[in-house]
Design a protein around this ligand. Sequence first.
Ligand SMILES: [Zn+2]
Length: 416
Amino acid sequence: MKVIVDRAEWKRERKVVLSLPQTTWPHLRFFAETIGPRPVGSAPYYRAADYIRREFHEAGLRIEELQYECVDWQHGSTLLECSGEPLTAVANAFSPACNVTAPTVGLCTLAELETADLKGKIALFYGDLSATPLIPLNCNVYNAERDQRINRLLAEKQPTALIAINLNVPAVDSIIEDADLEIASATAPAEVGLHLLAHVGESVHLKIDARRTPARATTIVGRKDGPSPARVSLMAHFDTKVSTPGATDNGGGVATLLTLVDLLSREAFPFGLEFIAFGDEEYYAYSDGLYVENYGDEMKEILAAINMDGVGQRLGTNTITLMTASEQFRQLLDGILVAYPGVTWTDPWPQSNHATFAWRGVPSIALSSKGVANVHHQPWDESKWLDEGKLSEVLGLIVDIIGKLRDKSASWTRGS
Ligand SMILES: [Zn+2]
């Protein structure tokens, strides 16, 4: 069955969205410009959490928080020298401090790491070993056998330190971010990788001035109860990697979430609404596990989980994907999307909070955008890359989806 969109109804609903005070942009500017980098456990992170808590509170939501102990990582400086020549490198987030001089061992593959003797050496990861970020040993959300193996080998072989080469030019963001890894480590850009490999086996000097202090990670859940246990869950993460203002990842998402709080919390729905500001998506994403632990039994009541991560890029296209849902739900979205020609379908992707819901049978929508490459997690992820119109496109789309779910049930969206 093809769903026909009522254009007049859409225009009416859309007018409501467009005539609302433009709060999305001020929210975005607060996160990306006033606060800037807000890695888990840092002072700006707590400021961001306070801001979200206040918005939830003012909208009359019932607030619950999922918290756990984490590490606040403070970094002073990183020095890398090869034969007295200074080279660019950045300490990996959460790396312990160090001041070491040792010969390097170049390692390109897992097989090479298996047989390497790293005692008293600095491991130099390139090729396959630094092609993708290494998932922390204790991350219980996305885990890969390969990454676990690398982590175990590092713990066993105890290199003096580790330097990973970032293969993306010109990015220098961390390949490793692991608060439980006791080996000091840094990431160097590809050009430096060429130099280090040309001098492999020679001594290099790595000095990292950094500090780890105990802190708390928090995920803020704001609830508007409905007449039935059924609910729609809306989410975005508000934390960032350590050295990025995180405008596209994920200032735009959390700003849109807060606008939705404002828009929807006073309206009556036949179901409840749950707004989740995840606080550790860029860290271990333990909160996903905590959410399941605390609310797992109620997840069967969720009609749809809608995650916003990376939405609204000015030079990009907003994208939508749907996971674990009925064919009729997909057709409903197809019908709604007729009014949003700027939004395109993309393949399901699991790398954010919606995956936790999709993997537990909840029909899950992820909104993001495809645009300029190499913005996420970089120091240049600023608000200029986002567009107010593109953010309100996402806003309007979500309002429309929630509107169309009014007469639907969790079994309808699941097709069971
Ligand atoms: Zn993100």
